[in-house]
Design a binder for this molecule. Structure first.
Ligand code: PNW
Length: 460
């Protein structure tokens, strides 16, 4: 099994999950700093924000240990590293004055990566929204897309001489729906469906204006994309009826479901909101967001579509060819997080997305949490991570064989890290982190990935 010669093998992370140094060197507060450090139980659920009252204040202390971390990345042999910028490390209040120490940190990280032969891939926003901007209304503030674009410009002016690959947003779906509708993650709002549409529209506009700024201020011929998490589906069998049914399901918004991929990717890549979704929401859909001027801003041409894929639902065609979700297995294979192991999404979702949006696909996240620990022999044995990656990568190869331009695969995550509301309980890394001592140990999967990368996937 061989992958294309220029296939990008890499790994990913996000600022709040690994950096720590939350209150150092002039960094401003983000909504995640506030959310994690608020240990009062939620008045509605009675549950505290983060499992075990963990927080990201120190996390993997990557801010101070990035040199060691890049050396480990080099040892694993990754060719690309996707990380996010902390907006408030660069602009503490979210807008206005720039914090040179924040710029310095990312300059040092980028230089270290390039010296190690690792291509940096920047995500501009991975959920750690500035607290000061939240206090003036967050994404509901009419100027927020422009304020985001101003921040993007600062980052692009500082780093694009060396950084070629840029992504605007990570999983805006999770940030808006879990954070603003379900009230579970920062900023813990519970807005109405109508209000949710204004927020979606605002963050999509921020993406659009951000893309414009990247192209306008970039110092080289950059590649621009986004890293959403499309709801994933795969067909029960390879029979064409099942494949078509799964594809149809992947792009249907005919029930009141904000996770439907077309609410996000149709405006971004086709320039319109989904008709079936508008109908399903009726008067809860604010017609004024459906205007051509805004949609033209949202609908920027992109160079690639990044996608985060973990798990998906199985779809079968019923006897009329209509999609129905089925449970193909009793006692599903599950990760430590209890997410179902569904490798076929990595074959089918790239196919479905390419059929609809015609953009090259970059897998910006894929991986699993396991209950890894350092064994008595000093090693971390994680055979299930190896098996998971092998299964998913074999499926991804089938998408490539079926003609989909897949640019690369970035596994989540380079190292164990702060898993949002689940704190340090979930370990997703190729590198084990002992949070008490900050000792790093490359897991068996990291050494295995090294062999896969060296053989360009041949040993899969
Ligand atoms: C992503 N799900 O979020 C995020 O981009 C990462 O920051 C995060 O650490 C990683 O996946 C692992 O959770 C997701 O419920 C959150 O399927 C939830 C889901 C998937 C991805």
């Amino acid at each position: 099994m061989k992958f294309p010669n220029n296939f990008v093998w890499g790994a990913a992370s996000a600022a709040y999950q690994i950096e720590g140094a939350s209150f150092e060197d002039g960094k401003g507060l983000s909504i995640w700093d506030v959310h994690t450090n608020d240990t009062h139980p939620d008045p509605i659920t009675g549950i505290s924000n983060i499992k075990n009252n963990d927080n990201g204040n120190i996390a993997c202390d990557h801010y101070h240990r990035y040199r060691e971390d890049v050396a480990l990345m080099k040892k694993i042999g990754i060719k690309a590293y996707r990380f996010s910028l902390s907006w408030t490390r660069i602009i503490p209040d979210g807008q206005g004055a720039v914090n040179q120490k924040g710029i310095d940190f990312y300059n040092n990280l980028i230089d270290e990566l390039l010296a190690a032969g690792i291509e940096p891939y920047i995500t501009l926003f991975h959920w750690d929204f500035p607290q000061k901007l939240q206090e003036i209304g967050g994404w509901s503030h009419p100027d927020m897309p422009r304020i985001f674009a101003d921040y993007v410009q600062v980052a692009v002016e500082a780093f694009s001489d060396r950084v070629k690959y840029w992504m605007t947003l990570n999983e805006p779906q999770c940030h808006i729906i879990v954070g603003h509708v379900d009230g579970k993650c920062a900023p813990k709002l519970r807005v109405s469906p109508k209000e949710a549409f204004y927020l979606i529209h605002s963050i999509l506009k921020a993406h659009g204006l951000g893309v414009q700024r990247i192209r306008q201020y970039a110092k080289q011929n950059v590649q621009v994309g986004i890293a959403p998490n499309p709801s994933a589906f795969y067909p029960y069998s390879d029979n064409p009826d099942d494949q078509l049914a799964a594809q149809e399901k992947a792009f249907t918004a005919d029930s009141r479901n904000l996770w439907a991929t077309t609410w996000w990717l149709d405006p971004l890549l086709l320039g319109h909101y989904p008709e079936d979704g508008i109908e399903a929401y009726g008067s809860d859909f604010p017609q004024e967001i459906n205007n051509p001027e805004d949609l033209a801003i949202i609908n920027q041409s992109l160079d690639f579509l990044g996608c985060n894929f973990y798990t998906g639902a199985c779809v079968r065609a019923d006897n009329k060819g209509m999609p129905v979700i089925v449970d193909p297995k009793i006692g599903y294979d599950r990760t430590a997080f209890k997410w179902e192991v569904t490798p076929r999404i990595l074959q089918y979702m790239p196919i479905f997305l390419y059929n609809r949006y015609h953009l090259p696909i970059l897998i910006t996240e894929n991986g699993l949490s396991l209950s890894d620990w350092v064994s008595l022999d000093g090693k971390v044995h994680d055979p299930n991570r190896i098996d998971y990656m092998q299964r998913y990568l074999r499926e991804l190869k089938k998408a490539i064989d079926r003609g989909v331009p897949v640019l690369g695969y970035l596994t989540w995550s380079i190292m164990d890290n702060f898993e949002w509301n689940d704190g340090y309980g979930e370990r997703f890394g190729l590198i084990h982190v002992d949070y008490g001592t900050q000792k790093r140990t490359i897991k068996d999967s990291g050494y295995w990935y090294n062999k896969i990368i060296e053989s360009n996937g041949k040993s899969l």
